[in-house]
Design a protein around this ligand. Sequence first.
Ligand code: ADP
Ligand code: MG
Length: 629
Amino acid sequence: MRTKQFKSESKRLMDMMINSIYTHKEIFLREIISNASDALDKLYFRSLTDSSVGLGSEDFVIRIELDEENRLIRVIDNGCGMTEEELDTNLGTIAKSGSLAFKKENEKTENVDIIGQFGVGFYSAFMVSDMVTVETKAFGSDEAFRWESEGADGYKIGPCEKADFGTVVTMHIKEDTEDEKYSDFLDQYRISALIKKYSDYIRHPIKMEFTTSKPVEGGEEGEYEEVKEDRILNSRIPLWKKNRSEITPEEYNNFYKEKFYDFEDPAKVIHTSVEGQATYHAMMFIPKRPPFDYYSKDYEKGLQLYSKGVLIMDKCSDLLPDYFSFVKGLVDSEDLSLNISREMLQHDSQLKLIAKTIEKKVKSELEKMLKNEREAYEEFFKNFGIQLKFGVYNGYGVHKDVLKDLLLFTSSNEKKLVTLAEYAERAGEEQKKIYYACGETVEKIEMLPQCDSVKEKGFEILYLTEYVDEFALKMLGNYADKEFINICDEQLDLDSEDEKKELETENADAKDMFEEMKTAIGDGVSSVRYTNKLSNHPVCLTTEGGISLEMEKTLNSMPGQEQKVKAQIVLEINAKHPVAEKLKALFADDKETLGKYAKLLYGEACLISGKTIDDPVEYSNLICELMTK
Ligand code: ADP
Ligand code: MG
């Protein structure tokens, strides 16, 4: 036998297992059983195309043996087994998704309590054992190997004798301590209960020899004998094929956490069985929080795909649109061929049909949540809403109608989250526009000078704080026949006909003055004019031509954007503000000062809109000049 060290990551996980103070040590059995079941699935899968396997679906069995005297639990499978190399890499390193996800989460929280709440894998055996051996023979090979470890010091690997293919995992159970009665795990009733609790839905039979005492047949009163009989400990019905009424919330939650490596209960369970053109069972979950890699490139969306109870693909991305990529879960269909290839799946019409109904189902569940569990929905939206907004915007808006009623925005109406439908309803027939404003935070948006006058007219404003927001609204164009308009758009029009006419005349009269001011400011603005949009502030910036300041910022921050996008900026001046008179006077007899004031007003407007000042040094100098005059 050769002695080896664990890879450093594995060693850490192993240390944690051995010293675990976690109270649910019992989950080790679930982990070992689930590995055995995976191994059976792999070989079963192969048997579909390879007749040399020679096993039918009922021949795959997991067997548990208890040896109380020697403190041993054996878990035996006739699955695919492992070669020497596989044994070394699979059990010497943490390579697999589950363990890795665990490790990453754990780095963040350092909370030992999360151990065992989801798949921590093979090493969990060390929570209850002081020695674990694995004897295995890969299918089709005539050599068997043995792996053995007493914990963090490392492991030994070498050849061994084993007649049949498959794997035997032998756990030597720790001695009892004051805190933990490990001997319980050697009790047949305890084991049987654990299988019911955690592994009931495993497809393959989990068998164990049960010892009971029965009255001796034809014997005397009170005469008992020990009877040994093989029992199947699991019901073998996958959870998703059971009736919803038979499943407790705890079962759903445990199933989710174990299968999808989360340590929190899901925010929502969607369990559905469909019969008709497409026939399938689906069990889906919306996580409480985004997975740690959700907003990174590494995140892969998709649902597990089963055919007749057998896993055929781990992440079938075609089953979920991007905007529902946060959904975790599985689909089991009778209609799919077991040995269909990935490429063929993409064109499978049955799969497309399933995907379509899944999308509808998720959507209707979200709508229901929005209607009946507002608080939960708002929490969901805080986590994943941005994905829905991207969904509206992406693909030139082809999915906007699916998603528009699922969106929420903060509103000036008590700063609550509102749907577009709620806004439209409050606005009534008369109001033809939906007003919105953009900024980094709600507080900053409320400081925009335009906000006051829109509110004074009694209009509600949507506050957009995420950069995708405005793009999504632009893509929608309108809602309930009400056009979206940025309150910082030059076209914002709150005036009556008379007011409009008056303003037009004032602007025409001041045309030359504004030309003078525009020239002084330079490239920064495309025009200067009077406005009625302001109540107290002297100036504000608006944009014309559809690109807002926020959009300009976003577009220019995108990588590979060589040619800078430019918003066309208008400097608008409050015609009723005393500063207007001052400007007129200066235009009459001091054009030089008019130019300086124009720059000052422009700088001021930039500051208020959250735009950086083009030339801060010049701006400061002008202020000083004014102070020392
Ligand atoms: P995971 O199951 O998430 O992959 P584990 O730590 O539980 O991680 O197991 C590590 C690997 O060891 C498995 O992926 C599998 O390749 C191998 N393995 C474990 N148990 C068995 C078994 N009974 N038969 C075959 N391979 C096994
Ligand atoms: Mg495992």
